[in-house]
Unconditional design. Structure first.
Length: 339
């Protein structure tokens, strides 16, 4: 099979994940670029792949069909515009951009082009959460799941210990539980039950003003705990909790509906199941364990992107429109927060 050339811009921590995912596909050839050429060269040598001294060289290379953007948020919009101008398809790490206005401009530019743009909200590619989406959104009529019935309540939780990087705990660099973790759970909730409305911050706090990060005790100022309430389709009450204080990673989705319960988690040791009061669809009465082969969600996400590039089909999730809806909700959260 002929090689498909992909350019990766930004050679920080996220780059290695995407290189690994791209390399799981034997027909992909990768070229790296970074503002700091030493970083691009070192990573390219370590991985045994190509690199360029200038990002513009990568973008100007007509043989490169798509680009993966792993740079800081402030550079996303300009890089996406440049990639679209050169008729390349784009995968961009979250968040798409810092402001609503930037996203609207990007959407208008993308809509006038033939370029595909996919944003990296990886939880939508986790098999158990795809199953939840099918149950509550795809197989539903008038907001009611054919299998689960009318949704009654939902709880989305993501807890992390934090303390990996200082910038993730500083307001000035966009850190904190809202940007780092809450955004993923709100995105899932909106995917299942949107459009979300009546956004209400119940609790938002900084519980560890001092942390030990990379062996040093430092003072931080970004929130590390947040709990919000909102309302989704058919009046379902939804709670989303996110924090950077959980000693061991914790993540789950717990949904109650008229015909039973859905429990899903990215953690393999956590139970994922549906429990039905009456048999519907292909599910029996009682508890049905939901088991999926362990797959790297980054691999699934990148494979989906490359397939859409090769088939030149529209992406079915993680679109610019999805990011637009998400930032509208996140702005409502931020307006209420006074930490």
């Amino acid at each position: 099979m002929k090689k498909t050339k992909v350019g990766l811009i930004g050679c920080g921590k996220q780059a290695a994940k995407h290189i690994s995912s791209l390399r799981s596909m034997p027909y992909i050839e990768i070229t790296l670029a970074d503002l700091e050429t030493d970083i691009a060269r070192d990573l390219a040598e370590k991985e045994g792949i190509n690199w360029t001294e200038q990002t513009s060289e990568l973008l100007d290379d007509n043989s490169i069909r798509a680009v993966v953007i792993c740079t800081p948020t402030t550079s996303h919009a300009s890089l996406i515009k440049e990639a679209i101008k050169r008729k390349k398809d784009v995968f961009c790490e979250k968040p798409l951009a810092a402001s609503l206005e930037e996203i609207i401009k990007l959407r208008n530019i993308a809509n006038k082009s033939e370029s595909l743009v996919l944003i990296g909200y990886v939880y939508r590619f986790v098999p158990i959460f795809e199953e939840g989406f099918k149950l509550f959104r795809k197989r539903q009529i008038n907001g009611e799941s054919i299998v689960m019935g009318k949704p009654l309540s939902a709880f989305f939780r993501l807890g992390s210990r934090g303390s990996h990087q200082l910038w993730k705990h500083r307001k000035e660099s966009g850190g904190g539980a809202i940007n780092e973790v809450l955004v993923h759970m709100i995105d899932l909730a909106n995917w299942y039950f949107g459009p979300l409305r009546d956004i209400q911050v119940i609790s938002c706090d900084l519980r560890y003003p001092e942390r030990v990060i990379q062996g040093k005790k430092v003072k931080v100022d970004a929130e590390d705990f947040i709990l919000i309430r909102c309302v989704g389709v058919n009046g379902i009450e939804i709670f989303c909790q996110a924090d950077l204080i959980t000693p061991a990673f914790c993540q789950y989705v717990d949904i109650q509906a008229e015909n039973g319960s859905f429990m899903g988690s990215i953690q393999p040791e956590s139970p994922s199941y549906i429990f039905l009061k009456e048999s519907r669809g292909n599910y029996d009465v009682g508890k049905t364990q939901l088991r999926f082969n362990r797959q790297n969600a980054f691999d699934i996400q990148m494979l989906a992107f490359i397939r859409t590039v090769l088939r030149k089909k529209n992406v079915d999730r993680n679109t610019i429109d999805d990011s637009l809806k998400l930032i509208e909700i996140m702005n409502q959260v931020r307006e209420q927060v006074k930490v």
